[in-house]
Design a protein around this ligand. Structure first.
Ligand SMILES: Cc1cc2nc3c(=O)[nH]c(=O)nc-3n(C[C@H](O)[C@H](O)[C@H](O)COP(=O)(O)OP(=O)(O)OC[C@H]3O[C@@H](n4cnc5c(N)ncnc54)[C@H](O)[C@@H]3O)c2cc1C
Length: 86
């Protein structure tokens, strides 16, 4: 913490405002990218009808990709429900 504060004050000399009391610092960022499930291309897990998507499934690392993987799973689920209904 002391190192970070010292760095901010040093940076403030080069770029005034960096050490402002309004400067927001991110805390420790924990990401679980290494936890990767076995998924079909439709995002189905090894458990039938259980789908996983997004960062928790280990297949994405960003907002757009996580959203897209959710769409893939949702379309697959809707496709199955439509098939069941007909
Ligand atoms: C500090 C930081 C900065 C980032 N900046 C960017 C960026 O600039 N651009 C970018 O594209 N990506 C960024 N990311 C990555 C991005 O946020 C993730 O890739 C994305 O949010 C993953 O979406 P997700 O839906 O898979 O998971 P999440 O957004 O993590 O959603 C999971 C949800 O499940 C909920 N949940 C967890 N456990 C349970 C439970 N047991 N029961 C019910 N609900 C539960 C959580 O509360 C959460 O709402 C950043 C990530 C971090 C941590």
């Amino acid at each position: 913490m002391v190192n970070i504060l010292e760095m901010l004050h040093a940076m403030d000399k080069v770029a005034p405002g960096v050490a402002s009391r309004n400067t927001l610092l991110y805390g420790v960022e924990v990401k679980f990218y290494s936890n990767r499930l076995h998924l079909t291309p439709e995002m189905e897990t090894e458990v039938e009808n259980l789908f996983a998507c997004g960062d928790g499934a280990g297949v994405t690392r960003g907002l757009i990709q996580a959203s897209a993987s959710g769409l893939v799973a949702a379309r697959a689920i809707l496709g199955r429900r439509s098939a069941e209904a007909s």
